[in-house]
Design a protein around this ligand. Structure first.
Ligand SMILES: [Zn+2]
Length: 423
């Protein structure tokens, strides 16, 4: 499977990059006789090289803070002629893209400014949901969406947004989709959804089909990295939540069964990303809401359980307290590269470039730097109107790019002692 993918990417690269034909021949001369370890290492190199990215490349997780003018435009979407809304939003999105380029980030997104929230927009566009379930989150009473009708398999809903992103930058691009497990867990409820989907597994099966088609449309639109957002997998890191203790998010008060639910979640993710000609990321954060996390706990309970996930890289949080611990990296399955969260997106306090670099360097002492990319812990604003400000995000992204450049220099000088090279 892995070798098939390597060979397919080799063909694509050689067709697309006439100028680097010689490099191509050199880099892809290995054969099926290589050991699994060699293959894994080569694949990490290939991913980076295919995308013309530097060692320790920098990428965003997805969302940028939505300034008031963007939130205002989103709120008036139904009142404006569709063409005018699109033209105005296109101009806003160009600004979001240029901001990331100006900060020096290697892989950019559209800031997710076309979405009110990273999951809700998808639900709005595919339809089948109603805001019916009352619940409490962080002391606030809300009415939550639940699926009430069978999902309609129409045209992909994000293809046009992806085409715009891909067409308007010469940087590598990333586009994120919510995971089937996250949506199934949060938006299926027996009282409202049971007649359409008897269990959340039935709902998740349908979601996997629809999301696979979305992912294929993103790649066809020219997106380089498809990311699956799954903060719900990280619920299994929270020892208190798993022990049945009370949580501030009422939706999480349920029975948990990691042995059954985790493999089913991974199987659904694998169905979404099967056969995609792109780098695939899986983002597992601790949820961000109004400068705090919904859950806490390092990644040790879940990393070994990702042994069969068919993605290239997992993007984890290491900057904010009570998220990842550097010793978690010993548990990262061999076939996975790491997107290392080195920028705290929750606290207003600004990390120094030295502090950011120190987190990344700690990772590079455990994993080969070839396996590491650097990123903020999470998106900067999963929901509309949440802090931080756009200026705060720009400064943090700029410092991320500076820290990555410094660490590359130190590695080149041999000033960071990495993991021992296998004999
Ligand atoms: Zn996140």
């Amino acid at each position: 499977m892995r070798l098939d993918k390597v060979n397919r990417l080799q063909t694509l690269r050689c067709q697309a990059q006439e100028a680097s034909r010689q490099v191509c021949k050199c880099m892809f001369s290995f054969t099926a006789s290589g050991s699994d370890d060699t293959l894994t290492e080569r694949n990490h190199m290939l991913i980076r090289d295919r995308n013309r990215l530097p060692l320790l490349f920098t990428h965003v997780i997805g969302s940028l803070p939505r300034p008031q003018v963007v939130r205002d435009l989103l709120a008036r979407r139904q009142q404006l002629p569709a063409e005018r809304f699109e033209r105005l939003m296109d101009e806003m999105v160009i600004f979001a893209m240029r901001l990331q380029e100006q900060a020096g980030i290697d892989v950019i997104s559209d800031g997710e400014w076309r979405r009110v929230q990273y999951v809700d927009e998808f639900l709005d566009r595919i339809g089948g949901f109603e805001r019916a379930r009352r619940y409490e989150h962080a002391g606030e009473v809300k009415y939550h969406r639940v699926v009430v009708r069978k999902l309609d398999v129409g045209a992909p809903v994000f293809a046009k947004d992806a085409q715009f992103l891909s067409k308007h930058t010469d940087r590598c691009t990333k586009f994120a989709l919510p995971s089937p497990f996250l949506i199934a867990l949060r938006y299926w409820h027996g009282d409202y959804s049971g007649t359409t989907y008897p269990t959340y597994q039935h709902f998740m099966d349908d979601l996997a089909i629809i999301l696979a088609r979305e992912a294929q449309a993103l790649v066809a639109a020219g997106i380089d990295i498809v990311q699956i957002d799954d903060p719900a997998l990280t619920y299994f890191c929270d020892r208190r939540l798993m022990a049945g203790e009370l949580t501030h998010d009422e939706r999480l008060r349920r029975e948990w069964n990691v042995d059954e639910e985790f493999p089913a979640a991974v199987a659904a993710i694998n169905r979404v990303v099967e056969g995609l000609d792109a780098e695939i990321h899986l983002h597992c954060c601790h949820s961000v809401y109004k400068r705090r996390s919904d859950v806490s706990g390092d990644y040790k309970p879940i990393l070994p359980r990702l042994h069969n996930v068919k993605v290239d890289r997992v993007n984890l949080e290491f900057a904010y307290t009570q998220t990842g611990d550097i010793s978690d990296l010993d548990y990262l399955p061999q076939h996975l590269a790491l997107g290392m969260g080195v920028i705290d997106v929750r606290r207003e306090e600004m990390q120094s470039v030295d502090e950011i670099e120190a987190i990344a360097a700690a990772g590079a002492r455990i994993l080969s730097p070839e396996r590491i990319a650097l990123n903020p812990d999470c998106g900067f604003a999963p929901g509309a109107g949440e802090p931080p400000t756009i200026d705060e995000a720009f400064e943090k992204l700029s410092r991320l790019a500076q820290a990555a450049a410094r660490l590359r220099q130190r590695l080149a000088l041999g000033a960071v002692h990495g993991p021992p090279t296998p004999a």
